[in-house]
Design a protein around this ligand. Sequence first.
Ligand SMILES: NC(=O)c1ccc[n+]([C@@H]2O[C@H](COP(=O)([O-])OP(=O)(O)OC[C@H]3O[C@@H](n4cnc5c(N)ncnc54)[C@H](OP(=O)(O)O)[C@@H]3O)[C@@H](O)[C@H]2O)c1
Length: 274
Amino acid sequence: MAEQPVIKLHDGNTMPQIGLGVWQVSIDDARKAAVKALEVGYRSIDTAAIYKNEEGIGQALQETDVARDDIFITTKLWNDDQLNAEKALETSLKKLQLASVDLYLMHWPCPAKDHYVEAWQAMIALQKQGLAQSIGVCNFQEAHLKRLIDETGVIPVVNQIELHPMFQQRALHAWNALHHIQTESWSPLAQGGKGVFDQEVIKNLAKKYHKTPAQIVIRWHLDSGLVVIPKSVTPSRIEENFAVFDFRLEKPEISEIATLDHGKRLGPHPEQFN
Ligand SMILES: NC(=O)c1ccc[n+]([C@@H]2O[C@H](COP(=O)([O-])OP(=O)(O)OC[C@H]3O[C@@H](n4cnc5c(N)ncnc54)[C@H](OP(=O)(O)O)[C@@H]3O)[C@@H](O)[C@H]2O)c1
């Protein structure tokens, strides 16, 4: 099997192109899923303060034989803490039992609160202190990104956004790319394949490549240059979702999947979520 791909971020750090997501997972299930994922070969885990399972990831890091330096940990600054980023990261690091995270993301812009620029300035300071190796954002629209960049001069390395075949966000993905911001897909499987796994194009590609619909969708993210963080607490699916490095989709196949885009979100709209 080919090596897992890594992405070079604009600050010079690298990040695995595939990771394990652990939203809506208990502390102990997060621990078990992370241990299993690290055993299978994943080297990136995506958690958040609001997931309330950072302790489980911290425990998994203690349990695994994989060296800390070989693992990429992402956590996120929750909305209520935008004016309290230093304390929030300190709490997250304690739970993760880490001296620093590899990527610290602002979870939502919450434009109505209008605190995201101040939060970003605090995150820039945290990176300078070495508590976060890289800093980025989630759910930022073009206008929010422009403002961050204009007012601080510091470009996020990553914008983690809802992105799956039914909601491909091509304009924002292109804007991110133009500004050297890596797009990372959340809910990459449309939360269990809702309306995706049963599409003819996905089923036909699964048959052609002898893969499952989930593997086709994950491969589509990889072949589209996206970082992808499928969530699973099921050991067989954790394995399945990582067994995607022995094939590639062809350009016309990627174009066929483009036709599935209905522009409908599963999650909230970042402009309205406060
Ligand atoms: N930044 C943000 O605002 C934000 C928002 C949402 C999510 N995220 C991140 O993105 C990650 C992934 O998104 P998500 O958790 O919303 O959804 P997802 O990864 O699109 O889908 C997860 C669902 O798919 C199922 N599943 C996993 N692998 C499968 C397979 N091979 N075949 C069939 N079903 C499969 C899982 O079930 P089992 O677990 O039961 O196996 C779970 O129900 C999150 O965990 C989180 O880390 C970030």
